[in-house]
Design a protein around this ligand. Structure first.
Ligand SMILES: NC(=O)c1ccc[n+]([C@@H]2O[C@H](COP(=O)([O-])OP(=O)(O)OC[C@H]3O[C@@H](n4cnc5c(N)ncnc54)[C@H](O)[C@@H]3O)[C@@H](O)[C@H]2O)c1
Length: 265
C-alpha cells in the first residue's frame, strides 16, 4: 500500500470499465495521453486484456488490467482491492461498460431475461460501483484536501430517444442518466463532479449488426454532421472532463451525437 505522500506524488488514476475495445479503449488512450494512470476493466479474460496493456503503457502510463463483471458485487469488490493495492487511490471513474440486447425485439415480445441482463450490466452495476468508489473518494478527500475526483457516466441518446425494438436498453440508459443526477447532487459537498456523456451512433463492434441501416440513415441526413461518430469523439470529451476543463458544470450532459438529437422542422 502507498502512504499519503506517495499517493500525492503519483499521477491521478482513472478506472474505465469495459475498456478492452470500442469507446472504452479510446477513453483509456485519451486519458493516458492526458497523463492519467489507467485501470482497464473488462469482462474478457485476463490474457486478452493484458494484450491491451502494452499499447497504453507505451503512452507513458502505469496500467493495471482487471477482469471483472461489473454486474457482480464480488467482482467489483475484488477489482477495488486490486486498485487499492497497486495505486492506493482513484481519481476518475468512467462507467462505460454496457451491452445491447442480444437480439433487438419489439417490446410486445421482448423477454424478462433480456430486461434483467441489461438492467444488471448497464444500470445496477455502474450504480453500485459508483457507490463504492464515491465512498473511497470521500475518504481520500478527507485525507488530503487537494484530492480531485470525478465520475463520468457513458449513457446514450437512448436515454431520451425511444426505440421500441430495444426498450430494455433505453430504460437502462435513462436510469443511468438519473443516476448521474443523483450522484452529482450527493457528491457536490465533497467537490466531486459527476457528468453524463450521451453518445449517438458510434462505429464500434456494438453497432456492427446495424451498420448498413445507419449508413443509409446518416446519408439521408439523420445526423447534422454527416458521418458516424467515432470512439475518439467520446474519448476526447471524457479527457476534457477529466482534465477539469468544465469545473463549474457538475450534473451536466455532454451530447456526442453529431447533432442527431437537435429537433428540426
Ligand atoms: N456504439 C454506440 O453507438 C453507442 C452509442 C451510445 C452509447 N454507447 C455506450 O457506450 C458504451 C461502450 O459501447 P461500445 O460501442 O464501445 O461497445 P462494445 O461492445 O464495443 O464494448 C463494450 C465493452 O464492454 C465490455 N463489457 C460488457 N459487459 C461487461 C461487464 N458486465 N463487465 C465489464 N465489461 C463488460 C465488453 O466486453 C466490451 O469490451 C456502452 O455503455 C454503450 O451502451 C454506445
Amino acid at each position: 500500500m502507498l502512504n499519503k505522500t506517495e499517493k500525492k506524488m503519483t499521477n491521478p488514476v482513472a478506472l474505465i470499465t469495459g475498456a478492452a475495445r470500442g469507446i472504452g479503449y479510446a477513453i483509456a488512450e485519451h486519458l493516458a495521453k492526458a497523463r492519467f494512470d489507467i485501470v482497464i476493466n473488462d469482462i474478457i479474460d485476463e490474457e486478452s486484456l493484458s494484450n491491451k496493456l502494452s499499447a497504453i503503457e507505451k503512452l507513458g502510463s502505469a496500467v493495471l488490467t482487471c477482469q471483472a463483471d461489473i454486474s457482480k458485487k464480488s467482482d467489483r469488490e475484488k477489482m477495488l482491492t486490486r486498485i487499492k493495492e497497486k495505486f492506493g487511490k482513484i481519481n476518475i471513474l468512467v462507467n462505460n461498460a454496457g451491452v445491447a440486447p442480444l437480439e433487438r425485439k419489439d417490446i410486445l415480445e421482448a423477454s424478462e431475461e433480456s430486461f434483467d441482463r441489461l438492467i444488471n450490466i448497464n444500470l445496477k452495476g455502474p450504480y453500485f460501483l459508483t457507490q463504492s468508489i464515491a465512498n473511497w473518494m470521500i475518504t481520500l478527500k478527507n485525507e488530503t484536501e487537494i484530492f480531485e475526483g470525478a465520475i463520468i457516466n457513458i449513457t446514450s441518446i437512448s436515454a431520451t430517444v425511444a426505440s421500441p425494438n430495444r426498450g430494455e436498453y433505453c430504460i437502462s440508459k435513462a436510469g443511468l442518466s438519473m443516476s448521474s443526477k443523483l450522484w452529482s447532487v450527493r457528491l457536490a459537498e465533497f467537490g466531486i463532479p459527476v457528468y453524463e456523456i450521451r453518445p449517438g451512433i458510434i462505429k464500434t463492434d456494438m453497432t456492427v449488426s446495424v451498420r448498413e441501416k445507419y449508413d443509409k440513415l446518416i446519408n439521408e441526413g439523420l445526423t447534422l454532421q454527416k458521418r458516424w461518430g467515432l470512439p475518439d469523439d467520446v474519448g476526447k470529451a471524457v479527457a476534457s472532463l477529466a482534465r477539469r476543463d468544465f469545473p463549474y458544470s457538475t450534473g451536466q450532459v455532454i451530447t456526442v451525437d453529431g447533432g442527431l438529437t437537435i429537433e428540426r422542422l
